[in-house]
Design a binder for this molecule. Sequence first.
Ligand SMILES: [Zn+2]
Length: 167
Amino acid sequence: MVRIIRICIKDCEEMLRRFLILTLTLFLVFSAGCATTSSRFKPKAGSRSEILTLETRGYCPCGKCCNWKRNWYFRPVVASGPQKGKPKKVGMTASGVKAKKGTIAANTNRFPFGTVMYVPGYGYGRVEDRGSALNENNIDLFFKRHKDALHWGKQTKKVKVWYPPGR
Ligand SMILES: [Zn+2]
């Protein structure tokens, strides 16, 4: 009887050890996954690249950052400019993808959609959006929260730029 209990305790210890190892493995895999999420913006091999000094500004999907307001029917519409009053898809970029961390708005005559950038302090990103007031030396960096966009504010950065293949 005592022997059976002892074996049982040993088995339990073994199971606990396995459980801990599994948990730790899952945790490491998960945290590594989080750490490398920005790698999906890494440039394609052979892309033409250069380093430019650009004025960067933080932005978020809010009406203040993205020039929209709610109309009488509570639907989001463009607040001002030539598109004033037109329906606005909040949180969607000009290229038609969902805005997320790493989304960059730029003057697309200068930096076409798909241009990959590395901004020190922000990380890798890709041009997926346009900004109404953006010239060739300005880019906007997407943040989920207005607070974080404000915290970034305006910063002049040495940005590494990789143009899409063929540009
Ligand atoms: Zn905002």
